[in-house]
Design a protein around this ligand. Structure first.
Ligand code: APR
Length: 313
């Protein structure tokens, strides 16, 4: 039995971090693809030279040719522009749609049996486009957003309460935009409702910080967007697929009637195992949460419609 093969499409900040994490967590051989010549090769060499120290034996190579992703079990896509201060994720739509179309064609031709995890923004529109262009079934194309947004929620709550992040459970659903939906009704500390620990006004402030958390990092970095935590989140999803863990994680999944939506991707809890996105879990939401999900979904639908005009135009 050979090793699994992980293709990383986009070898920038997130791509490089994904490669490092995949190697140290022993997920398999890594191929870093980018359009920039030399950069993926340079990062691969640098990573390879750390192998004896970690140690890991898996191979890591950099390439500018899609042929080298052949046989990949998983493709994780970060190709595209990242946000700069003052930009919303939606501002990336036109540029990243062109890039995502090229990338999806490359994956369709050279890694037709792979599980595809999209990270590029605006996430919900990009993953919808990737499914359309690859023509892959819905279980093999998924978007990474909810694992990250939920981790941000958990981090801020754990900081507030001065408890371990492991004692806090929380989920953020909806689109990966400023109207994402932190699900307060499902948020617990050691199994007890979060509202037993934090009063409403403060909780609302924390949730507002969650919605703007990506922007908070962009404003500080000035030259790009978050990359350590997005990479960690996508690796968690890839691991659940490669190890058939069947973990329930929030992720952008293609909906066909679940939560009342159809025909586009939205952040919902899904089970990820050897079958890819094996099922969508329908949680009971409060009325306020359902309404917020509706607002977020309408925004995603608008973006998907804008995508159509960008592609046709
Ligand atoms: N094919 C492959 N790679 C491409 C293409 C393309 N057509 N066009 C650009 N790239 C590469 C760039 O050369 C760059 O190395 O995508 C990489 C993106 O890396 P960064 O600019 O460092 O961005 P990163 O922080 O990794 O974020 C990537 O994920 O979270 C989202 O909003 C973020 O859309 C952005 C993406």
């Amino acid at each position: 039995m050979g090793r699994k093969k992980i293709a990383l499409i986009g070898a920038g900040n997130i791509g490089g971090t994904l490669a490092h994490l995949a190697l140290i967590r022993g997920l398999g051989d890594v191929v870093l693809f980018d359009v920039v010549e030399g950069m993926p090769q340079g990062k691969a060499l640098d990573l390879m030279e750390g192998g004896p120290i970690e140690p890991f034996d898996a191979s890591v190579t950099g390439t500018n040719s899609y042929e080298d992703i052949a046989g990949a079990d998983v493709c994780i896509v970060t190709a595209g522009l990242a946000r700069k201060p003052g930009m919303s994720r939606d501002d990336l739509l036109a540029t990243n749609a062109k890039i995502m179309t090229q990338v999806s064609e490359g994956i369709r031709t050279h890694a037709p049996d792979s599980m595809v995890i999209i990270i590029s923004n605006p996430l919900d529109a990009m993953v919808t486009l990737a499914k359309r262009v690859t023509g892959f079934p819905k279980n093999r194309v998924v978007g990474m957003a909810g694992v990250l947004d939920s981790a941000r929620y958990r981090s801020f709550l754990a900081l507030e309460l001065n408890v371990s992040v492991e004692s806090v459970q929380a989920m953020v659903l909806g689109g990966h935009g400023d109207d994402m939906v932190p699900v307060r009704s499902g948020c617990t500390v050691a199994g007890a409702p979060i509202t037993d620990f934090i009063a409403e006004p403060r909780l609302a402030e924390i949730e507002a910080r969650v919605r703007g958390a990506g922007g908070e990092v962009v404003a500080l970095l000035k030259t790009g967007s978050a990359y350590y935590s997005p990479a960690t989140a996508a690796i968690r999803m890839a691991e659940s697929y490669l190890h058939d863990k069947k973990e329930i994680l929030p992720a952008a999944a293609y909906l066909e009637g679940e939560y009342g939506f159809s025909g586009f991707y939205l952040g919902v809890p899904v089970q990820i195992g050897a079958g890819g996105v094996e099922k969508v879990i329908e949680l009971k939401l409060t009325e306020t949460e359902s309404e917020a999900l509706q607002v977020s979904a309408s925004h995603v639908q608008e973006l998907v419609e804008a995508l159509d005009s960008v592609i046709e135009g």
